[in-house]
Ligand binder design. Structure first.
Ligand code: HEM
Ligand SMILES: [Ca+2]
Length: 212
């Protein structure tokens, strides 16, 4: 009988270098923040390698430059915070451990993810109550800037840059023709379903283009 741990829940063989226990994260209910990043763990071995960050960004429609930049900076800066204690990691591998992604949280954020990576509905609603002036269920580019400004914590350059990048990439990927970023899109960022949807939409658009 095949050993239970020989394959990931996705059915793919596990990476050789990482201990199999890292994939265990998928045997439990994921926190919303774990779901947010699980999309980028392409082979579901519990570890996001820079190549997977790159692949994930490409899959949702980001260009080569942004995807490569993100792989270097997200894995380089966030990855080390997520390495489990007593775990030795080879130089230049820059893994991100899905299990510990809450340790990668930064300052100057909205607070919608709590310290454990859970979703805080009140904080989510607050974003729109405070900043959605033009219409209640969406943010304009200007209103997004207002949110970023309001989230800024003193002496927190790293957190500010992190928050700025997350929100600006989201806005550029998902704003509608009139420049609105919809509440339901933002909701889908927090439960991780947005990335899956964007990838599916791109695949369908490609199929459609092939048939034409
Ligand atoms: C195009 C891809 C991505 C977009 C558009 C995006 C967007 C966002 C947004 C809008 C937030 C909420 C920030 C807030 O509440 O103020 C967030 C949080 C977060 N994201 Fe992403 N993200 C992306 C990819 C990733 C990847 C690849 C990782 C790591 C593997 C990641 C890790 C995080 C973490 C750790 C947080 C929590 C930050 C905090 O609350 O302090 N994200 N992201
Ligand atoms: Ca992986």
């Amino acid at each position: 009988m095949a050993s239970k741990s020989a394959v990931t829940p996705g059915g793919q063989p596990k990476g050789k270098e990482e201990p199999s226990s890292m994939a265990d994260v998928y045997n439990h209910e994921l926190t919303p923040l774990q779901k947010h990043v699980a999309f980028f763990d392409r082979n579901k071995d519990g570890v996001i390698h820079p190549s997977e960050t790159y692949e994930g960004f490409r899959a949702i429609g980001c260009g080569v430059a942004l995807s490569a930049f993100s792989a270097v900076f997200i894995n380089g800066l966030l990855g080390p915070k997520t390495i489990p204690e007593n775990m030795k990691v080879g130089a230049f591998k820059f893994p991100i451990y899905v299990k510990n992604i809450h340790k990668g949280k930064h300052g100057s954020d909205s607070g919608v993810y709590d310290a454990n990576g859970r979703f805080v509905p009140e904080k989510f609603e607050e974003i729109f109550k405070k900043h959605a002036h033009t219409r209640p269920d969406a943010l304009t580019g200007k209103e997004l800037n207002e949110l970023l400004q309001a989230n800024r914590e003193p002496n927190d350059l790293k957190g500010r840059v992190g928050g700025f990048t997350e929100w600006k990439v989201l806005y550029s990927l998902c704003k509608d023709k009139e420049g609105f970023l919809h509440k339901e899109t933002v909701r889908a960022v927090y439960d991780g379903s947005l990335f899956v949807k964007l990838e599916q939409e791109r695949k369908q658009a490609k199929e459609y283009a092939k048939k034409k």
